[in-house]
Design a protein around this ligand. Structure first.
Ligand SMILES: *[C@@H]1O[C@H](CO)[C@@H](O)[C@H](O)[C@H]1NC(C)=O
Ligand SMILES: *[C@@H]1O[C@H](CO)[C@@H](O)[C@H](O)[C@H]1NC(C)=O
Ligand SMILES: *[C@@H]1O[C@H](CO)[C@@H](O)[C@H](O)[C@H]1NC(C)=O
Length: 578
């Protein structure tokens, strides 16, 4: 059984070239974004000094909390609902009611504003998000047709951005002392550096299947289970204390025999993992938080130590925030706030250094799922492989990004979309989605739990398959809710979808520092960052048919209940956020 990959790919090449041109323009925009970040650092420095005056070190936690509270009260004296965390969910419900026609536009705007303000306060004060159910009109089937009609691009993130609405998509956190910082500052230093309670990078935590007997013709590989079983064994928002029994094969890349075997699995579009990849091992050692901060150009100006090194080319990245640990993908320019309410996440103005402080805090206190979470992402432009002007990501991962010839990780270098890196903190969840391209995922730091479902499970997963939908290729289902099916607050629509998802055949793996996971084309992946982590992936080329046992493009084409949905998956036309 072989797959005629090259033939399938040829017709995509033209589109891909056009796409690369577009990507290069995007690269320039990212660079300008980076310069803006630099300016913001100056603001942060001032903020630092002010904080030292208002919150001198040495105060006990209770006093810090009291002062912080006072500080927030004064700042937000105009906000009447200051002490009521449930105000956010009350306003959300209010929006649900008044979004239906006949719409009172002024009232709708006022409710949206108040809702956003309440959520801002929750995030600032580290208040648990009470309602994390999915709004029923954000699930496919009944509502996807409505989402499909949103052709009007009312919201733009670019220079033309609609001032009144862009604040729903990006928050300015600079100059705001947040409650979690008091908690963090009050922790003893030993507690701040202790890391996660369960260290998933510890090799003794894992048992692996034997590679020797494994054969790519084995009809039972990979072993799939229904999702409900997977989530019952290890509920999403809990630490897994015992040993983890991996079922995905785990090949030693430095061993020529194992590597050849891995290649056969790869070419049959079967998932597997690799370890002992010298390039990844070396980069993983290099990528300390200080190294990354310097490369992102945000060395702490108050540090007594000079930067470890000066980045020849500054990389740029962006932070995102969510009122809880769930990060659902959406396309901002297609997300109409007045129809759909506040988007699932917002960008914010944090630098890598600021984000990493929160990520350490999340590990140190085992941050609860319902509290605000943050995520950091960065990417390279595909053009970087041709020039000397490379960011650290391309430089440190040459087989992923700097090669013009195919290698184990890069199938069609000309279709490479650039390397995408995601920096996750404990608990961060990325909802399930598929990519067109063959995906190699390298874990550079920490660990992430991946739940993979083959393309032929598409219809169970609540995927938006119309490319005009702001949630195209993705689902908004929170698999954590599979453990809360008895909660009467869940909508019927969400329950119906979860009941379907519960039966989706899937396989899970924990990808830890130094390992690479192969995700075949169109396979769904749901990702939980189990501790502070850094992951980079590259996609290049696509297999249309897929493995006959698990399906491919044809399955994601037809899985929507919406008969009008037409798939138009160009290799990576859509930016993959997670
Ligand atoms: C991988 O295989 C190579 C070659 O056989 C061997 O030298 C190396 O120790 C192996 N790596 C690990 C981590 O076992
Ligand atoms: C829901 O309730 C039923 C009946 O009481 C019980 O058997 C089941 O385990 C509960 N499920 C969950 C996820 O709590
Ligand atoms: C439903 O929500 C209300 C208010 O948020 C809460 O008090 C109640 O405990 C929830 N019900 C269940 C079954 O959890």
């Amino acid at each position: 059984m072989t797959l005629d990959v090259d033939n399938q790919n040829i017709k995509y090449n033209k589109r891909v070239k056009r796409r690369i041109r577009r990507r290069n323009i995007r690269g320039t925009v990212m660079f300008l974004g980076g310069s803006l970040l630099g300016g913001a650092i100056l603001g942060a420095s001032l903020h630092y000094i002010l904080n030292r005056i208002f919150f001198p070190p040495g105060l006990d936690l209770a006093e810090r909390r009291r002062r912080a509270d006072q500080h927030f009260r004064e700042r937000n004296a105009d906000t009447k609902h200051f002490n009521l965390p449930s105000e956010t969910s009350r306003l959300e419900r209010e929006f649900d009611k008044i979004r239906q026609p006949p719409v009172d536009s002024d009232k709708l705007q006022a409710v949206l504003d108040a809702w956003q303000k309440a959520m801002d306060l929750d995030i600032m004060r580290n208040i648990p998000c009470i309602n994390n159910w999915i709004r029923s009109y954000l699930l496919p089937t009944k509502s996807e047709l409505k989402l499909t009609n949103m052709r009007h691009r009312t919201i733009n993130m670019g220079p033309k951005s609609h001032k009144a609405e862009s604040r729903f998509f990006k928050s300015e956190r600079k100059g705001q002392r947040m409650q979690w910082e008091d908690e963090w500052d009050a922790l003893p230093t030993s507690h701040q550096v202790r890391g996660p309670v369960v260290d998933y990078t510890n090799p003794s935590k894992y048992a692996y299947p034997s590679v020797k007997e494994a054969s790519e013709t084995d009809e039972d590989y990979p072993q799939l289970q229904i999702l409900q079983q997977i989530m019952n064994r290890w509920p999403q928002d809990q630490d897994y204390i015992g040993a983890i029994h991996e079922t995905l094969l785990h090949f030693n890349y430095s061993d020529p025999i194992e590597r050849a075997k891995a290649e056969r699995f790869r070419d049959l579009e079967l998932p597997f993992k690799l370890y002992d990849i010298p390039e990844i091992t070396a980069a993983a050692e290099k990528w300390t938080d200080d190294y990354l901060s310097d490369e992102f150009g945000d060395h702490d100006p108050y540090s007594k130590h000079p930067p470890a090194h000066k980045a020849p080319k500054q990389a740029s990245g962006l932070a995102q925030e969510s009122p809880n640990n769930f990060f659902a993908f959406f396309v901002p320019k297609l997300w109409e706030v007045k129809k759909l309410g506040l988007p699932p996440t917002r960008l914010n103005d944090w630098s890598y250094r600021e984000w990493v402080r929160h990520a350490r805090y999340a590990d140190a206190v085992s941050l609860e799922a319902h509290k605000p979470h943050f995520y950091f992402q960065a990417g390279t432009s595909p053009g970087e492989r041709f020039n000397e002007d490379q960011s650290f990501i391309t430089r440190d991962l040459p087989s992923f990004g700097a090669k013009t010839e195919a290698n184990f990780f890069l199938f069609h270098p000309e279709e490479q979309k650039g390397i995408q890196c995601r920096f996750g903190e404990r608990g961060v969840v990325a909802a399930t989605h598929f990519d067109g391209g063959r995906n190699m995922v390298a874990m550079m730091k920490g660990a992430k739990r991946y739940i993979l479902s083959p393309p032929n499970q598409c219809s169970k997963l609540g995927i938006f398959t119309d490319r005009k939908s702001p949630i195209f290729r993705h689902s908004l289902l929170n698999f954590g809710h599979l453990n809360e099916m008895n909660d009467t607050n869940m909508s019927l629509e969400e329950r119906e979808w979860l009941e379907k998802a519960a039966t989706a055949l899937s396989v899970e793996t924990v990808l830890k520092r130094g390992e690479v996971l192969y995700i075949p084309s169109h396979w769904f992946h749901y990702i939980i960052s189990v501790q502070q982590s850094a992951q980079c992936n590259v996609r290049s080329g696509i297999v249309i048919e897929g493995n006959p046992r698990f399906g491919g493009r044809q399955d994601v084409d037809i899985c929507s209940d919406n008969p009008n949905a037409k798939m138009d998956i160009l290799v990576g036309l859509e930016e993959d956020k997670y």
